[in-house]
Design a protein around this ligand. Structure first.
Ligand SMILES: Nc1ncnc2c1ncn2[C@@H]1O[C@H](COP(=O)(O)OP(=O)(O)OP(=O)(O)O)[C@@H](O)[C@H]1O
Length: 290
């Protein structure tokens, strides 16, 4: 059970109550999941691979419909049902690679020959001063051809576009991973200003903890779809005795692995499944699509 954050209140920017979610009915990821984050917070979302961080961020971004209108609330509005949240730019999600889903081929990277200028200036209704600031901060060359630039350069343009509107809630899924250290540190400083000056709220899922000890205000640790811990950074006792956040999170994840190994049960005998005759069950023929 998560340690409850004492700051949780009526002005929470994010409020999740009793959420259940499953990609596959028989194997739910979240069951009775709760999360409250106050406005103005910068929350790190940590957890092992597959613990549910991306899924949670996508749910908060309104990309998955979950339960009724009160279950997942962002800025006191339903993340999924209130499409104005995203359309107005109040809620912004930055994650994954730049791609689009194409039928059976899955996620296909965007490959058109567009300039960075075309992409950035194509976002309507933005403040030119903010746009210039972001282009400068991310050191973007407007003449870059998007199909010829590096992953990090592509990522800079993607981040710039996602930040053009002054968001109230920003969800970040490992987007700084391709950035060099200068771009990453400058961007983190920009995010800090956005929270301190405008009261924006950020949830940032990452496995890279460098420089985040003093950047974050809160930390949420997800373990296998459960909120193991939600606390202010200043309340994390282990941080007072450990050299850095990396070693604290490492020790949590190592204890998690030990626990899983202990709990591991023998594999259940094979049982027939109703999907055995389905044309959609996995088969050697599916290898064609890889
Ligand atoms: N589209 C999907 N269909 C079915 N299961 C999925 C799908 N996406 C994710 N999962 C499963 O949901 C669980 C949580 O995945 P998720 O991507 O949210 O984890 P994560 O914490 O973001 O992991 P990572 O640190 O590796 O990015 C995993 O067990 C994963 O296999």
């Amino acid at each position: 059970m998560a340690e409850k954050d004492a700051t949780a209140s009526g002005d929470d920017a994010i409020r999740v109550s009793g959420m259940q979610f499953a990609y596959e009915v028989e194997d739910p990821i979240f069951f009775d999941f709760n999360l409250d984050l106050p406005a103005g917070s910068r929350c790190l979302l940590v957890g092992a691979n597959g613990s549910g961080k991306t899924t949670l961020l996508k749910i908060l971004a309104g990309k998955h419909m979950v339960g009724g209108k009160n279950v997942v609330q962002v800025l006191s509005r339903s993340a999924f049902h209130d499409t104005q949240l995203v359309c107005s730019g109040d809620l912004s999600y930055l994650g994954g690679s730049w791609s689009k889903t194409v039928g059976s081929a899955g996620e296909v990277p965007l490959q058109g020959d567009f300039s960075a200028e075309h992409m950035i200036f194509g976002v309507e209704g933005t403040d030119p001063v903010r746009r210039e600031k972001l282009i400068d901060l991310l050191d973007i060359n407007l003449q870059w051809r998007m199909h010829k630039v590096s992953d990090g350069q592509k990522r800079r343009v993607q981040i710039c576009m996602g930040l053009l509107h002054p968001f109230k809630v920003l969800l970040l899924d490992e987007v700084t991973v391709d950035l060099d250290v200068v771009a990453r540190m400058d961007l983190l400083e920009f995010f800090k200003e956005e929270c301190d000056q405008r009261g924006a709220t950020i949830v940032y899922a990452t496995h890279i903890f460098d420089g985040l000890e003093t950047w974050a205000t809160h930390l949420a640790y997800i373990q296998d779809g459960e909120l193991n811990r939600l606390s202010k950074m200043t309340d994390i006792e282990e941080l007072k005795t450990s050299p850095n956040l990396l070693s604290v999170v490492e020790s949590w994840l190592r204890s998690e692995i030990k626990l899983v190994k202990k709990k591991k049960k023998p594999v259940a005998p094979w049982k027939p499944s109703p999907f055995d005759n389905s044309p959609f069950r996995s088969s050697r023929h599916m290898a064609y699509y890889r």
